[in-house]
Design a protein. Structure first.
Length: 88
């Protein structure tokens, strides 16, 4: 029993003499996405061609106005899509 205790004391004394190695500080780069507010101006809503139609207008005038408004809406939609895409 005495030899076991002596062996443990010697083993502990051997460990006590070694300095504790501290880890070296190092810089680690971590890429993290950060949310950024979008600062794109919303496109102005155009004056739609069919807004000025009256009940008394001819069918030809109404159809032309509706076709023109369709083209306006397609162009306006493209501007909106471009604004949203620039924020992504």
């Amino acid at each position: 029993m005495r030899w076991i205790i002596m062996g443990m004391v010697v083993a502990m004394a051997g460990c006590a003499g070694q300095p504790v190695a501290e880890p070296e500080p190092r810089v680690v780069r971590v890429d993290v996405p950060v949310q950024v507010p979008c600062r794109v101006k919303a496109p102005a809503v155009p004056a739609w061609a069919a807004e000025g139609l009256h009940k008394e207008d001819s069918l030809e005038v109404k159809v032309r106005a509706l076709l023109a408004e369709r083209r306006q809406r397609i162009g306006y939609e493209r501007l909106l899509v471009a604004a949203v895409a620039s924020c992504q």
